[in-house]
Design a binder for this molecule. Structure first.
Ligand code: CTP
Length: 401
């Protein structure tokens, strides 16, 4: 199955100003291309002190531009030509000096000239700051930053952490993979801008004793993909996750829980503050009535223990009963008769939208196929990667709000 890459058909001007973080831009150039983009590198003289134009040319298979006096363009106007086909200009690293220059509209070398001369309505400018923490915190830099935001620039990062100078604090440039994820998100449509979305994901773990428990094969991948897709679509996202080993999508607030009861207790107080609730978690229906403080031991008689069970709260149904309930989306993981079970579940849980999928055919996998069931009928989202499906589902949800 081949799906279009996330930056397929995008042409990105990668601007580099002077900073140690230039070494990350080599990887960034590769990563952007791996995601389908074409990358045109433009460097300041200062950037060439940190990494050579030759390296960037070899990595992008394109001439690198450093000077506004470059005569390789037939009209000798690299500062105009280079942005006319571009979908965005990303300056990474953006030094404190370069940001100061942009904030005042100066244009005394090719990169700043090109930023000023770009068609501002259709060629957005994104900056990935990289500098020492004192430089970042300096009122002059913060003033420039505010001005650049007011002028429509998007600022990516910076991160906090170890700095090349040995100090620790804000100002590190984001890593190549993080910047690439930011670019992918930037280009996604924003139908959930201003909305708040709450999501449950993963399995739950119901303890039998301190070392054993009951769980299931849910990987959490679908829920995490929906969290990422909703965030990319502009929403503020809270993700309540059972025990899974997955990275938190960027800018998503994550709350880790173990049991169904903990998931319920985390979700219920938050639900009314959200516009949408998507329940993807494979919540255990039952839990051992009691969790002993000590491990259950064999007694040598060959008798197996009987473990009394009790029912867990139904989180989705509880949220759907709230007076100020969010728009509720349930999942139906079935092993057979998907459409019928999904229709029944929608009515039983009293939610407007149920997303059916075949549990055994999706648990742990990177792809899935979904059946959307609402009051108007059914709609299939055919087998695809979970992120692609999550984006399609998010778009469907947005039209129903
Ligand atoms: N769900 C929930 N809390 C539970 C059980 C299920 O929030 N205690 C949610 C799931 O996250 C999913 C939907 O309800 O969105 C349906 O889950 P599923 O396991 O398919 O159905 P059940 O309600 O458990 O019904 P059954 O076991 O009979 O299929």
């Amino acid at each position: 199955m081949s799906e279009p890459l996330d930056l397929q058909g995008r042409h990105i001007v990668l601007g580099m100003s002077g900073g140690v973080a230039c070494f990350k831009s080599a990887e960034l150039a590769r990563e952007l291309q791996r995601q389908g983009a074409t990358v045109q590198v433009v460097m300041t003289e200062a950037a060439t002190q940190f990494i050579t134009a030759l390296t960037m040319q070899a990595l992008t298979n394109r001439n690198v531009y450093v000077s506004q006096w470059d005569t390789r363009e037939p009209n000798a106007m690299a500062h105009i030509n280079l942005t006319r086909e571009a979908d965005a200009v990303l300056v990474a690293p953006a030094s404190a000096d370069f940001m100061a220059k942009l904030a005042t509209g100066r244009a005394d070398e090719l990169l700043s000239l090109l930023c000023l001369a770009r068609p501002i309505e259709r060629c957005p400018l994104l900056l990935a700051p990289a500098m020492n923490r004192e430089m970042w915190a300096h009122p002059a830099t913060q003033r420039n930053l505010a001005q650049l935001r007011a002028d429509g620039c998007t600022i990516l990062g910076p991160a906090a952490g170890d700095q090349a100078c040995g100090e620790i604090g804000d100002g590190r440039m984001l890593e190549a993979l993080e910047l690439c994820a930011e670019m992918i998100a930037f280009f996604q449509p924003k139908p959930l801008a201003g909305r708040r979305v709450l999501i449950t994901a993963g399995p739950t773990f119901e303890a039998i004793d301190p070392v054993r428990g009951i769980t299931n094969l849910s990987s959490g991948k679908m829920g995490f993909a929906i969290a990422r897709a909703a965030q990319e679509a502009g929403a503020a996202v809270t993700l309540v996750a059972g025990p899974v080993h997955l990275d938190t999508p960027r800018h998503v607030r994550r709350i880790d829980v173990q049991s169904a009861q903990q998931m319920h207790d985390a979700v219920l107080p938050l639900a009314a503050q959200h516009d949408v609730f998507v329940a993807t978690a494979a919540v255990a229906d039952w839990r051992p009535a009691e969790c002993g403080a000590q491990k259950i031991k064999k007694d040598g008689s060959g008798r197996v223990p009987t473990i009394p069970m009790t029912e867990n709260p139904d989180i989705l149904a509880a949220v759907a009963r709230l007076p100020a309930r969010p728009y509720c989306v349930g999942f139906a993981a079935e092993s057979h008769d998907l459409a019928r079970h999904a229709r029944e579940k929608r009515l039983r849980k009293n939610v407007p939208l149920i997303v059916g999928n075949l549990g055994p055919a999706t648990f742990g996998r990177d792809d899935n196929a979904l059946l959307l069931v609402d009051e108007r009928g059914e709609r299939e989202l055919p087998r695809a990667g979970k992120l692609a499906l999550a984006r399609a589902l998010v778009a469907e949800i947005a039209t129903r709000l």
